[in-house]
Design a protein around this ligand. Structure first.
Ligand SMILES: Cc1ncc(C[n+]2csc(CCOP(=O)(O)OP(=O)(O)OP(=O)(O)O)c2C)c(N)n1
Length: 274
């Protein structure tokens, strides 16, 4: 499992010239389609966990361990995000199951009184039965509004990537996971500081099909203690590229949700996920 340390930046028109000026090598262009999944109650994304299918392969991003106590971050470090990337399907399913279970248990604690009281107070037999047996509680415990259904985009394509992959969709159904966002990205990638995948600085220039462009400086590391040096490399690269902006730059998902899924977006904003 690797940790992706990343800083996003606004792509200005002369960024390609600047990249070649600092010796970055273009290593190719590609196009990929991402479909992101969540439950109708947004249990994954409200925990900052991002499940996607990219070109038929499952990927999960979840926050890397938080910064150590007493370690103050400088401005450059605050602009970097750190996410663990999981690409093994059994590990993805295990992690998603864990997050969903915890989130649903928490939600049930908040929505319902303790079970003993519930049994005494609730006269609705069906509701009581469902409350007691439910693990992944979106459907029985929370009434779904039509808005949630509207957000399940591209239902015709809902499980396309899994089908293409010859995969078993039972785990998605079991946890009531469905697509909430999908878009295609054209990506132009550059490498700095060596050819190796790990530890080297990579710059991606992304253009999403809904009309948003963003750049990313990223370093992949395999161990927690390498995160600090990855952030330093990113800061140095940003400086060499003349990126003076000290504001966090919005990613593709941020802009997508803001435009197309305002209810989901508002929930993530108020939970300080975006
Ligand atoms: C600046 C910032 N970025 C991402 C997040 C959280 N988040 C939202 S969507 C999301 C998943 C998409 O991550 P991102 O790196 O933005 O997408 P992409 O560049 O296509 O993936 P890559 O090819 O690099 O693996 C995350 C982690 C955040 N809170 N703030």
């Amino acid at each position: 499992m690797s940790v992706e340390v990343e800083r996003k930046f606004v792509c200005n028109p002369d960024i390609q010239k600047k990249l070649s000026g600092i010796g970055a090598v273009c290593v190719g262009q590609c196009q990929f389609h991402d479909t992101y999944y969540d439950s109708p109650g947004f249990h994954l994304t409200l925990n900052d966990v991002w499940l996607r299918c990219r070109q038929g392969s499952w990927e999960l991003k979840c926050p890397a361990t938080e910064k150590q106590q007493g370690m103050e971050e400088n401005q450059g470090e605050r602009l970097c995000t750190r996410y663990k990337e999981i690409t093994s399907l059994p590990q993805i399913i295990a992690k998603v199951r864990e997050v969903m279970k915890e989130a649903c248990e928490e939600q049930n604690r908040q929505t319902f009184p303790p079970i003993e009281n519930e049994i005494k107070e609730c006269n609705d037999q069906e509701h009581r039965r469902e409350t007691l047996v439910t693990n992944y509680c979106d459907e029985p415990c929370i009434k779904q509004g039509d808005a949630a259904k509207d957000k399940v985009v591209g239902s015709k394509d809902a499980n396309r990537c899994c089908v293409e992959n010859g995969g078993d969709l039972a785990w998605l159904r079991e946890m009531n996971l469905a697509p909430f966002a999908e878009f295609t990205t054209e990506r132009c990638s550059f490498l700095l500081d060596g050819e190796g995948k790990e530890g080297g600085v990579r710059v991606d220039l992304d253009q999403a099909d809904f009309g948003y462009c963003v750049g990313e400086i990223e370093v992949l590391v395999s161990k927690g203690h390498e995160v600090q040096s990855a952030m330093k490399k990113i800061e140095r690269t940003a400086h060499r590229l003349g990126l003076s902006d000290d504001q966090k730059v919005e990613g593709k998902m941020h802009v997508y949700l803001q435009r197309y899924c305002p209810e989901h977006y508002a929930k993530l904003l108020s939970a300080h996920i975006l």
